[in-house]
Design a binder for this molecule. Structure first.
Ligand code: DX5
Ligand code: ZN
Length: 216
């Protein structure tokens, strides 16, 4: 996988015009499509589930990046992969048997990511870093789009990079929450490989242009 990737979050799309928004992303320089699944238990919000995944798979030409903000993700990862997920990321905080869930995702033929909430230290990944394809660092508390970026994320990127290097891991670093034109290039410079952007993209007058600008 190449680096400096943008993964627009569907959470901020217009659900009355989902096909139109996905088509706009198809025509844009977006690399991935970020799908935020929330259950109202792991996070204090409910977003969408399998029916929306069906529409995403039907129309999207991009790599489908599914972020599960749900309890007991092991119950659903296989179905998300059957429905077209190329990457499934699960929260460290939601998995009692994280190693088992990561294996399950990879055995099903998808890439596997692990997500850390803002207050979870990077060192918790020491014994899983060699096995994951991606580390997603939350730069807001998960549950809602349009929140303010947490500056401590830069420190966590540096720590994750060190952990990756010292373990010969090939994991990518993804950042999710509050990404915009003010911080995107700083985040790439700090070592991020993939930036998720919801509000910044979909509230822009020209979302495709915004995706282009976020890469510079
Ligand atoms: C937050 C989600 C994010 C969200 C990002 O819980 O995981 O992916 O959509 O949205 P922005 O870019 O608006 O902060
Ligand atoms: Zn997300």
């Amino acid at each position: 996988m190449k680096t400096k990737l943008i993964s627009p979050s569907l959470l901020s799309a217009d659900f009355g015009n989902l096909e139109r928004d996905i088509e706009m992303l198809n025509q844009s320089q977006a690399d991935w499509l970020h799908v935020d699944v929330m259950d109202g238990r792991f996070v204090p919000n409910i977003s969408f589930g399998f029916p929306v995944m069906k529409t995403v798979k039907q129309y999207s030409k991009k790599f489908i990046d599914v972020h599960l903000m749900i309890v007991e993700p092991e119950k659903y990862v296989e179905e998300f992969i059957d429905r077209g997920a190329d990457l499934v990321s699960v929260h460290y905080e939601a998995c009692i048997h994280l190693h088992r869930v990561i294996n399950l995702i990879q055995e099903k033929g998808a890439k596997a990511g692990v997500v850390l909430n803002p207050a979870t230290p990077v060192l918790m990944l020491e014994d899983i870093i060699a096995d994951v394809d991606l580390v997603l660092l939350m730069s807001v508390n998960p549950g809602f789009g349009g929140q303010k970026f947490i500056e401590n994320t830069y420190k966590k990127i540096a720590e994750t990079k060190d952990l990756i290097l010292s373990n010969n891991s090939t994991a990518l670093i993804q950042i999710d929450g509050g990404v915009n034109l003010d911080n995107a290039s700083k985040l790439f410079d700090a070592g991020a490989d993939v930036l998720v952007a919801g509000n910044a993209v979909f509230s822009a007058d020209d979302p495709a242009k915004m995706i282009e600008l976020l890469k510079i």
